[in-house]
Design a protein around this ligand. Structure first.
Ligand SMILES: NC(=O)c1ccc[n+]([C@@H]2O[C@H](COP(=O)([O-])OP(=O)(O)OC[C@H]3O[C@@H](n4cnc5c(N)ncnc54)[C@H](O)[C@@H]3O)[C@@H](O)[C@H]2O)c1
Length: 254
């Protein structure tokens, strides 16, 4: 798809990887709509300029997503791309010092990361289906964000890894479901990136993860993730795939 003038909805757009994706998409001439449950997203979009708009949205809530999508379509006519970056973590073992992990904690992570990504995808794809196809028959493109924890989750990552593994698992069937509509679906699985989340972590969390990264020995720059997402949006033959971007990290149990 052509990025220039495309309307790109980015969840989790107030911060980190989502915000970096918004900046890169704007550089390449897109219009971006940032959906985030954090009201700071409004100020962030204002700072990004006239080709950015924002809505306070909970990705797990159908009414909230539908209302925000209606506003985007009203303002800009349609939605061409969705980048799902909204996500949360939780550090808790299956059985810890306090006993079994609270089921509500496990369910909450699945709800935001997996159910939220699906909720966004189904509601956006229904809008994309109304787009006029381009010369190749393409109507839209969806990029989900998993994590390398989908494949080698560490001790304490059971809920997070299950949620991200679910995203990897739904990528191909969703691409198959939407192929007839000319909508592509791919997933990016990042390694360890330098976002506010990691910046807030103490050195004893960061350093072992950097040590497990093969080359380069550093955290990923959010722009490196963003450039991959923009590539996926523009490369029509990429479909149904999960791509790691991780400096060859393979995380150890701890
Ligand atoms: N930073 C990393 O190292 C890393 C590595 C692998 C995967 N990821 C994934 O990348 C994505 C972005 O991570 P990040 O580091 O930029 O995190 P971040 O915390 O900086 O940004 C996440 C954003 O999502 C928003 N959000 C959370 N729940 C929401 C909800 N229910 N509805 C709407 N918005 C919601 C938050 O308000 C926040 O602005 C996440 O899915 C994360 O799991 C990050």
């Amino acid at each position: 798809m052509q990025i220039k003038q495309a309307v790109v909805v980015i969840t989790g757009g107030a911060s980190g990887l989502g915000l970096a994706t918004a900046r890169q998409a704007l550089l390449e001439g897109a219009r971006v709509a940032l959906f985030d449950r954090n009201a700071e997203v409004l100020a962030v979009a204002h700072e990004l300029g006239a080709s950015a708009r924002a809505a306070v949205v909970d990705v797990t809530d159908e009414a909230s997503v539908t209302q925000a999508l209606d506003q985007v379509v009203q303002a800009w006519g349609s939605v061409h791309a969705l980048v799902n970056c909204a996500g949360i973590g939780a550090a808790s073992r299956t059985v810890g010092k306090q006993g079994p992990m609270p089921l509500a904690q496990f369910a909450q992570v699945i709800q935001v990361n997996l159910v939220g990504s699906f909720n966004m995808a189904r509601l956006v794809a229904a809008r994309m289906a109304m787009n006029e196809p381009n010369a190749e028959g393409e109507r839209g493109c969806i990029v989900h964000t998993a994590s390398v924890a989908a494949f080698e989750g560490q001790i304490g990552q059971v809920a997070y890894s299950a949620s991200k593994g679910g995203i990897v698992g739904m990528t191909l069937p969703m691409a198959r479901d939407l192929a007839g509509l000319g909508i592509r679906v791919n997933t990016v699985a990042p390694g360890i990136f330098d976002t506010p989340l990691m910046q807030a972590s103490p050195d004893e969390v960061k350093q072992p993860l950097i040590a497990m990264t093969q080359f380069p020995k550093r955290l990923g720059h959010p722009e490196e993730y963003a450039r991959l997402v923009l590539h996926i949006l523009q490369n029509t033959f990429m479909n149904g795939e999960t791509v790691r971007i991780d400096g060859a990290i393979r995380m150890a149990p701890r």
